[in-house]
Design a protein around this ligand. Structure first.
Ligand SMILES: [Zn+2]
Length: 238
């Protein structure tokens, strides 16, 4: 417990410090930010293509990604990923430039967008997609966990980082065919018996492209607990 507390405390400090390293200039156009602007200026913010998925009555492109693969209760992505635009600068800053603060900020924006959703409100845990431990050690944090912290702050749904672990071994996947690769990906994650205590979990990732990693996790989760409800939230959809 002590270690978990310390980890949370330390995580908050590095998140706050990362804000100091990136003072008041827009991540995308580098212009100076006004006091009311956060991370990107209002001009670049207008350039950000929000999905508005929370207002859809019909299935979204994100829902359809999972069709015929795994059952998902609810999905949400906050904005569309577009090359050479603000969305890329946000993800790049969070993933490769140590800018945790931008991930936390947009995690909160994401949390606000799903706050009124009845489907999401029944979840009892937010689970960030785990990074390979070596990768997390190198980066110093898991970017999905930072986004999850923002979502949790707004929705008050607790984060759980101990249920799903990425197994240590992972061989190069590039030379395998699609089926073998899928088979390989579904054996990447291990799920704790503590999944029994949960009914509905929200998986959080930075960006969704084909959904295959999330699919692999959902399969692993349902192998342990078939009746588990799973929803998916990402910052961006490619
Ligand atoms: Zn800008």
């Amino acid at each position: 417990m002590m270690i978990v507390k310390f980890k949370q405390f330390f995580s908050k400090i590095t998140r706050d410090l990362s804000h100091l390293v990136y003072p008041n200039s827009c991540l995308a156009c580098l212009n100076e930010l006004a006091q009311t602007e956060h991370h990107i200026c209002s001009f670049c913010y207008n350039d950000l293509r929000l999905t508005k998925f929370q207002h859809y009555a019909e299935p979204t492109q994100m829902d359809k990604l999972f069709w015929g693969r795994v059952e998902v209760i609810k999905t949400y992505a906050h904005f569309h990923f577009e090359k050479n635009k603000a969305s890329q600068d946000i993800l790049f800053g969070l993933k490769y430039k140590g800018n945790q603060s931008v991930g936390y900020h947009f995690g909160k924006e994401t949390g606000k967008a799903i706050l009124n959703s009845e489907d999401f409100s029944t979840a009892n845990a937010i689970i960030p997609v785990p990074l390979h431990p070596r990768k997390e050690f190198k980066r110093g944090y898991n970017q999905s966990e930072i986004i999850a912290q923002g979502i949790s702050e707004i929705t008050s749904i607790p984060i759980n980082t101990s249920i799903i672990k990425r197994k240590k071994h992972s061989e190069t996947q590039t030379k395998k065919d699609r089926f073998e690769r899928w088979d390989n990906v579904s054996s990447i994650f291990s799920v704790s018996y503590k999944i029994e205590e949960l009914n509905h979990v929200i998986l959080v990732d930075d960006v969704i492209t084909t959904g295959s990693t999330l699919e692999a996790i959902i399969i692993s989760l349902k192998q342990k607990k078939p009746e588990l409800k799973v929803s998916v939230v990402t910052l961006a959809i490619a």
